[in-house]
Design a protein around this ligand. Structure first.
Ligand SMILES: [Zn+2]
Length: 136
């Protein structure tokens, strides 16, 4: 596995950690996972490799990284950054969120705001998602 950022935090610091990871790259969309460590009681923010062909416009995560993360933690949301534009999901994002059955947390470097897009068919830790939404 590649050596990507992983942070364990409590409360609002989880969102700060996502912003921080996203702001570390101004040329490619940054993507990763927000999870919950049930045993330790921590949020987990883990960056994933963006394997999209045009990472400045889109993001794509290796399904293996996704599965490995879900082995260790409760997935709350898949996050990614928008380099330009706002924090609203693109049509492509909506389709990907639906296909993966995961909420998408989007951070815009431009507006410095976070948005969570929830597809109708979510399979995630809903309780923890609600808690995260209260922190935005
Ligand atoms: Zn997007």
């Amino acid at each position: 596995m590649m050596n990507k950022t992983i942070k364990k935090t409590k409360g609002k610091l989880a969102l700060d950690a996502i912003k921080c990871v996203c702001e570390s790259n101004l040329r490619s969309e940054v993507c990763g996972f927000l999870g919950w460590d049930e045993k330790e009681g921590f949020y987990v923010v883990r960056e994933a490799l963006n394997i999209a062909e045009e990472p400045e416009k889109y993001f794509l995560i290796d399904p293996l990284e996704y599965l490995l993360f879900k082995e260790d933690y409760d997935l709350i949301a898949v996050f990614h950054s928008h380099l330009i534009g706002d924090e609203k999901p693109s049509e492509f994002d909506k389709k990907m969120a639906f296909n993966s059955c995961n909420p998408f947390l989007i951070y815009s470097l431009n507006t410095e705001k976070i948005n969570i897009y929830e597809p109708e068919n979510m399979e995630c830790n809903i309780d923890m998602l609600e808690r995260i939404k209260e922190l935005i």
